[in-house]
Design a protein around this ligand. Sequence first.
Ligand code: MN
Ligand code: MN
Length: 457
Amino acid sequence: MKKNSWLKYTDKNITELNKICDNYKEFLSNNKTERECVDTIINLVESKGFKNLDNLINSNTKIKCGEKIYVNNKNKALALFVIGKDIINDGINILGAHIDSPRIDIRSNPIYEEEGFTYFDTHYYGGIKKYQWVTLPLALHGVIIKKDLEKINIKIGEDKDDPVFSITDLLPHLAKNQMDKEARKVIEGEKLDILIGSKPMDEEKESIKKNILNILNKKYDIIEEDFLSAELEVVPAGKARDLGLDKSMIIGYGQDDRVCAYTSLTAFLDCPNTDKTISCILVDKEEIGSVGATGMHSKFYENAISEICLLLGFDSSVSVGRVLNNSRMLSSDVNAAYDPLYSDVMDKNNSSYFGRGIAFCKFTGSGGKTGSNDANAEYIAKLRKILDENNTSYQFSELGKVDVGGGGTIAYILANQNVEVIDSGIAVLNMHAPWEITSKADIYEAYKGYKTFLTKC
Ligand code: MN
Ligand code: MN
């Protein structure tokens, strides 16, 4: 059996682990939407000398070895590249993860008043257990784009002086019928509306709603119709924190999949001078099937490689295929951690465990591996070798018992382009709940493993 990573750490390791985990908690607390992640990461990489690919294309600037490039896809997805010493046709070492997380979205016509309360109407995003999202303090994050294209950034509920929001639930005294319902029906989608006000302005009709619109107008200079061109996400309010008396774990919102996104990004930025070209892809929409312009199915990554090949002086019509053919990827996403309280759905020998390092999945999918990437044994052997040589802990697992369920990731999408891909990631307890839990040791091992992959694979 694999040893628990905590047992191998020196004092120096623990110092490094704590530094990475403290920075990660800060990232998680400050970036709760895909747009916030993209904004923060662009600011960070620009300060490290990364150039916007659009600018390089527009000025037809030739690029060379060592060039650092970022691609911003509609402020919701990102690709980063550092051009290596080797010719790009030899392929790219790619780290990929997603930066969208399950949440509750505000609908297009959201504000309504009902018997002394005003609400935001919502439609949830991704696979959530709806009953977990009621009675919590919630924050509102996102953007409103006015008709003149002015962008209003919204973040309410994170500052100590901010108000928060909440979804109500029935008191137990009156919940006899509700308590008899099956879990998926205890709280239904239409009941996930957000309570936002109760104070009337005057004695007229819909005066609580009018008061709310007034507050919004004063603060942001917006009118009700501006919600038509808004993207507003309701997420748990509050910061990521240490969990456990031994502080060995982190609890926070959106660790699926920002725990893999953050560790991938940090590892990527910490190894700029590699022989191979390296890349880090951070995409949107994984939780709803990776569809749309900002999901992994979008052509934006292929197009970026094509543009980079042109600026490197290659015929991009031939090169893109060659580059992808010769590339390798760690497609990272969280994995279900073995939970002893729910051992009935897990296979002990094929689960991922806290503290045992990066969790690889040869295949994901469900019911006969449908919808899965299946990593090639030759590729896995190579990864085992380099990770063992670098003393990185890893484990191989699957999501639950056969026929119990399953899940998908972005892995198969790049695999469809003939890239060597394996699912890797970090084990999470409470996946898709408002507050998810990870192990600090696994975060540290993932960071180390990603660095080893970028430099040695
Ligand atoms: Mn995920
Ligand atoms: Mn997920």
